[in-house]
Ligand binder design. Sequence first.
Ligand code: MTE
Ligand code: MOS
Length: 759
Amino acid sequence: MEKLSYVGKSLPRKDAEIKATGAAQYAADRDFAGMLHAAAVRSPRPRIKILSISDAKARKVPGYVTLVTYRDIKGVNKWPVVMQDYPFLPEREARFAGETVALVVADTARAARKAAALVEIKYRELPYVDDPLKALEKGAVKIYGRDNVISSFVIKRGAVDEAFRKAAFTVEGEFSTNYQVHAYLETQGSVAVPEAGGGMTVHSTTQCPFYVLDAVSAALGIPYHKVKILQTVTGGGFGGKEDVPALVASHAALCAAKTGRPVKLIYGRKEDFQSMSKRHPGWARVSYAADKNGKITACRVKYVLDGGAYSTLSPIVLWRGTVHAAGPYKIPNVGIETFAAATNKVPAGAFRGFGQPQICFAQESLIDELAEKAGLDPVRFRLKNLLEPGDRTVTGQRLKSSCGLSELVQAVRSRSGWDKKAATPQVRGDIATGIGFSAVYYGVGLGAKGRYLDRAGALVNVYKDGSVGVNVGNAEMGQGALTVLAQIAAETLNAPYAGVRVEEVDSSKVPDSGPTVASRTTLMSGNAIIEAATPIRERVFKTAHSMLTGLGADPSGGMTAAGGVFSMGGRSVAFKAVVAECWNRRLKMAEQGWYAAPRTTFRLRDGQGDAYGVYSYSADAAEVEVDLKTGVTRVKKIWAAYDVGKIVNPRLALGQAQGGILQGMSWALYENLVYKNGIMVNPNFTDYVIATTADKPEYDITFIEKPYAEGPYRAKGMGEVPLIGVAPAVANAIKNACGARVKSVPLLPEKVWKELKKG
Ligand code: MTE
Ligand code: MOS
């Protein structure tokens, strides 16, 4: 193993102090001279034909400045996401309750809100669709294309029907999952500042500054070089600040362009609930077949996501769900068909796991049922079927090294005391205790469906005083990117960690680096930093060597570099002194780097190809207590093991694991966004319940590092993996505890209770 100074150490977070002290500047904290405020006017109903919009009453509010509608759009009224069906502002039809129809600009935020509430939309209600399965029926009201299908994929492999005919055991089940709200602490927001010469600078809370750049340029109809996006400190994203910040920023920019003054647009929590992206509700029918030895022979899946009113990221979310729909097993015969259906509800988008948690809940629940039919313990059954290095996935991709799944399963099995606990669930009084399992694989990065975006840039700048500035195109949103990337830069340059600063993204300093999603940042930006830093490293190391030689050091033992110090033959020089000498010698101390992901493929006809460059893995065991009288479930403990390659910062990795588990548990048990007749009924944190630290289970977390040769210091990606397998592990534990098989998330007490009554 190479000796590392910074990578692999639990160094302090770069943003800890500003966040803990409240000094961090979020979008809402950015103020500019002459700044105005905007507020949105929203559609009151799920689907309307807009007849007219009047600000006659709004004009009377003191401080009122103007109304902004689609007529003010100088560019193209199509937000460029994947498919471009979402107008920046609707012209004739609004397609979900809460959609921004127009914006009001005023002197203060309060006046803007007050005036927005007085803007009158005259409309006619149109028939709407609120159920994705009904949307796909023949006679359904057509709201999207010819068939309400936003996107659809297949995976076909082997002979599925025949395998089912010949099977010794088969299982089938229908499963569903509800929305999940990102519940980031900071709501969406942007400040747009017009620049002299017709440019626009936008300060935006976002995971994807380059999506904001695309959108603002399109909405204003001005070229990219006149637009600058500055990512503000981002108070949580979880996928919720992937696509939609581009819409919010464009709205602020349209207001700023019209008024010629800086405009701030900060969302309230209710409108954020109503109009910003969510985890897609999912529905799936899954069946598995196995032979008499307990080997899985076939899998059939129909998977439907509720995409909401516009396509946004549904095609990509659905694609990831499709590729992972059969679970991390060797299965020779596979038939998967998937659909994202349009409904007149909030457009659903990215959320940690990106279309995987929904289908994973279904297939990992059903794997337990199949194990039971085959007469095998769920873990032993999984071990017989798990993907291992050399095996092929359902897309026909052969897994190379860096696949530690079976070791993860064994680790969780032994650490949780699985064999004994699973065989003997306990009942004491009304409380039943049980344990459940799940196994997950996760393709790191965007994969074949997003491969044109899977590249990243970096700019590394070593200053005269030996401090280091790094610009990247991926964002910090709480996951620790600034810290991990600083560790990678420090390691590569042998620069002291404290003197390395990674900046929030400035779109004018680095090339488009794709979105900060799909747990790709460490891998993509990390590699780009290494590429940029390597030539500087060579100059620094050469200079250090010559300085040490000049000091009379004996070069025969070679030079070592560690912790920001260069040593040879008993003498040493610090990075700072070496850098000063490099500048004296007029060496180039700034470099650009670029990294493009390895080639991936996916044939649309049958879904075969190398879908992702590499996979991360997890295994989870959940121990639960179920109250047999009320159906209330409490998760006592989660044992989890991860193979995410080399761990760059163990403490941050642990934080990602704990946060992901808790967020997964929250979705599994509590989170329940309710729509009635196309209207969201609980858009607030009083009626929409999420887990807090008071609900947290005990954690037992293990990392088994299978190095990935392409990764920066052998790392893969870990941000999303910990969430994915939690819900099925909890559901399987409930089954183990009390016999109730609940097939819909959230696993609410009344659902458990109903199953118990059936029992
Ligand atoms: N952790 C925190 N604290 N806040 C976040 O918003 N987002 C998650 C995950 N962990 C998130 C987080 C999501 S959805 C992704 S894709 C990854 O972090 C992105 O980070 P990475 O690319 O650095 O892995
Ligand atoms: Mo994460 S859902 O890929 O932003």
